[in-house]
Ligand binder design. Sequence first.
Ligand code: FES
Length: 157
Amino acid sequence: MDLSSSTQNPEKKEYSSVCVGREDALKKSERMTAVVHDREVVIFYHKGEYHAMDIRCYHSGGPLHLGEIEDFDGRSCIVCPWHKYKITLATGEGLYQSIDPKDPSAKPTWCSKGIKQRIHTVTVDNGNIYVTLSTEPFKCDSDFYATGIFKVIQTSL
Ligand code: FES
Protein backbone atom coordinates (compact mmCIF):
# COMPACT_ATOMS: atom_id res chain seq x y z
CA MET A 1 0.00 0.00 0.00
CA ASP A 2 1.32 3.40 -0.95
CA LEU A 3 0.84 5.47 2.18
CA SER A 4 2.48 8.58 0.83
CA SER A 5 0.20 9.20 -2.13
CA SER A 6 -3.14 10.94 -1.83
CA THR A 7 -4.35 10.36 -5.36
CA GLN A 8 -7.56 8.66 -6.32
CA ASN A 9 -7.90 6.21 -9.17
CA PRO A 10 -11.44 6.73 -10.50
CA GLU A 11 -11.14 3.67 -12.74
CA LYS A 12 -10.74 1.29 -9.84
CA LYS A 13 -12.81 3.42 -7.45
CA GLU A 14 -10.12 2.92 -4.86
CA TYR A 15 -8.75 5.58 -2.61
CA SER A 16 -5.22 5.80 -1.38
CA SER A 17 -4.63 6.17 2.33
CA VAL A 18 -4.24 9.74 3.53
CA CYS A 19 -2.16 10.78 6.51
CA VAL A 20 -4.36 12.85 8.82
CA GLY A 21 -2.15 13.37 11.85
CA ARG A 22 0.02 11.92 14.56
CA GLU A 23 -0.93 9.02 16.76
CA ASP A 24 0.24 10.67 19.99
CA ALA A 25 -1.85 13.77 19.29
CA LEU A 26 -5.00 11.74 18.59
CA LYS A 27 -4.51 9.64 21.70
CA LYS A 28 -4.43 12.85 23.68
CA SER A 29 -7.37 14.64 22.01
CA GLU A 30 -9.36 11.39 21.48
CA ARG A 31 -10.98 12.84 18.36
CA MET A 32 -10.03 14.82 15.31
CA THR A 33 -11.50 15.85 11.99
CA ALA A 34 -9.97 15.63 8.55
CA VAL A 35 -10.78 16.00 4.88
CA VAL A 36 -9.88 12.83 3.02
CA HIS A 37 -10.22 12.98 -0.76
CA ASP A 38 -12.73 15.80 -0.42
CA ARG A 39 -14.81 13.89 2.15
CA GLU A 40 -15.04 15.19 5.69
CA VAL A 41 -14.52 12.54 8.36
CA VAL A 42 -14.17 12.33 12.13
CA ILE A 43 -11.64 10.01 13.72
CA PHE A 44 -12.08 8.81 17.29
CA TYR A 45 -9.65 7.15 19.67
CA HIS A 46 -11.78 5.27 22.17
CA LYS A 47 -10.95 2.39 24.51
CA GLY A 48 -7.67 1.77 22.72
CA GLU A 49 -9.18 1.59 19.23
CA TYR A 50 -9.43 3.97 16.28
CA HIS A 51 -12.65 4.60 14.40
CA ALA A 52 -13.35 6.85 11.42
CA MET A 53 -16.73 7.76 9.96
CA ASP A 54 -18.46 10.41 7.89
CA ILE A 55 -18.62 13.52 10.02
CA ARG A 56 -22.22 14.45 9.25
CA CYS A 57 -24.96 12.36 10.85
CA TYR A 58 -27.05 10.22 8.52
CA HIS A 59 -30.28 11.57 10.01
CA SER A 60 -30.07 15.28 9.17
CA GLY A 61 -26.40 16.09 8.83
CA GLY A 62 -25.59 16.81 12.47
CA PRO A 63 -21.96 17.37 13.53
CA LEU A 64 -20.88 14.03 14.99
CA HIS A 65 -17.48 15.39 16.01
CA LEU A 66 -19.32 17.40 18.68
CA GLY A 67 -21.21 14.42 20.13
CA GLU A 68 -20.57 12.41 23.29
CA ILE A 69 -19.49 8.78 23.24
CA GLU A 70 -21.60 6.44 25.37
CA ASP A 71 -22.12 2.70 25.63
CA PHE A 72 -25.51 1.23 24.76
CA ASP A 73 -26.14 -2.49 25.05
CA GLY A 74 -22.38 -2.93 25.47
CA ARG A 75 -21.56 -1.09 22.24
CA SER A 76 -19.70 2.22 22.07
CA CYS A 77 -21.71 4.81 20.19
CA ILE A 78 -21.36 8.42 19.18
CA VAL A 79 -24.52 10.28 20.20
CA CYS A 80 -25.41 12.95 17.67
CA PRO A 81 -25.75 16.33 19.41
CA TRP A 82 -28.73 17.35 17.30
CA HIS A 83 -31.40 14.66 17.91
CA LYS A 84 -29.47 12.13 20.01
CA TYR A 85 -29.34 9.32 17.47
CA LYS A 86 -26.89 6.63 18.53
CA ILE A 87 -24.36 5.31 16.02
CA THR A 88 -21.96 2.46 16.79
CA LEU A 89 -18.33 3.48 16.40
CA ALA A 90 -17.24 0.09 15.10
CA THR A 91 -19.88 -0.53 12.43
CA GLY A 92 -21.88 2.66 11.81
CA GLU A 93 -25.17 1.00 12.82
CA GLY A 94 -28.03 3.12 14.05
CA LEU A 95 -29.30 1.81 17.38
CA TYR A 96 -32.74 2.35 18.83
CA GLN A 97 -34.83 1.01 21.67
CA SER A 98 -37.92 -1.01 20.93
CA ILE A 99 -40.83 -2.18 23.05
CA ASP A 100 -43.20 -5.01 22.36
CA PRO A 101 -46.65 -3.40 21.86
CA LYS A 102 -48.23 -6.66 23.02
CA ASP A 103 -46.26 -6.43 26.23
CA PRO A 104 -45.70 -2.72 26.96
CA SER A 105 -44.58 -3.47 30.50
CA ALA A 106 -41.54 -5.39 29.24
CA LYS A 107 -38.17 -3.66 29.28
CA PRO A 108 -37.26 -1.95 25.98
CA THR A 109 -34.60 -3.80 24.01
CA TRP A 110 -31.86 -2.34 21.85
CA CYS A 111 -32.18 -2.99 18.14
CA SER A 112 -30.18 -2.08 15.06
CA LYS A 113 -31.45 -0.24 11.98
CA GLY A 114 -28.45 -1.60 10.07
CA ILE A 115 -25.46 0.35 8.82
CA LYS A 116 -26.42 4.01 8.44
CA GLN A 117 -23.12 5.85 8.83
CA ARG A 118 -20.24 5.06 6.50
CA ILE A 119 -17.20 3.76 8.37
CA HIS A 120 -13.69 4.24 7.01
CA THR A 121 -10.49 2.38 7.76
CA VAL A 122 -7.88 3.73 10.15
CA THR A 123 -4.30 2.45 10.10
CA VAL A 124 -1.24 3.51 12.04
CA ASP A 125 2.22 3.49 10.56
CA ASN A 126 5.32 4.83 12.22
CA GLY A 127 3.30 7.03 14.57
CA ASN A 128 1.15 8.49 11.81
CA ILE A 129 -2.62 8.03 11.45
CA TYR A 130 -3.94 7.17 7.99
CA VAL A 131 -7.54 7.03 6.81
CA THR A 132 -8.66 5.00 3.81
CA LEU A 133 -12.14 5.81 2.57
CA SER A 134 -14.67 3.02 2.33
CA THR A 135 -15.57 1.90 -1.18
CA GLU A 136 -18.12 -0.65 -0.02
CA PRO A 137 -20.66 -0.67 -2.85
CA PHE A 138 -23.83 -0.11 -0.87
CA LYS A 139 -25.95 2.96 -0.47
CA CYS A 140 -25.24 4.35 2.97
CA ASP A 141 -27.54 7.04 4.35
CA SER A 142 -24.62 9.23 5.45
CA ASP A 143 -23.44 9.46 1.81
CA PHE A 144 -26.22 11.99 1.26
CA TYR A 145 -24.56 14.53 3.57
CA ALA A 146 -21.01 13.65 2.55
CA THR A 147 -21.43 14.60 -1.09
CA GLY A 148 -23.09 17.21 -3.28
CA ILE A 149 -24.66 20.40 -2.02
CA PHE A 150 -24.88 19.25 1.60
CA LYS A 151 -21.16 18.81 1.96
CA VAL A 152 -19.83 21.56 4.18
CA ILE A 153 -16.16 21.60 4.96
CA GLN A 154 -15.57 22.84 8.49
CA THR A 155 -12.90 20.79 10.12
CA SER A 156 -11.83 22.62 13.26
CA LEU A 157 -13.01 21.18 16.57
FE1 FES B 1 -28.09 13.52 14.02
FE2 FES B 1 -30.63 14.21 13.81
S1 FES B 1 -28.95 15.04 12.76
S2 FES B 1 -29.75 12.80 15.15
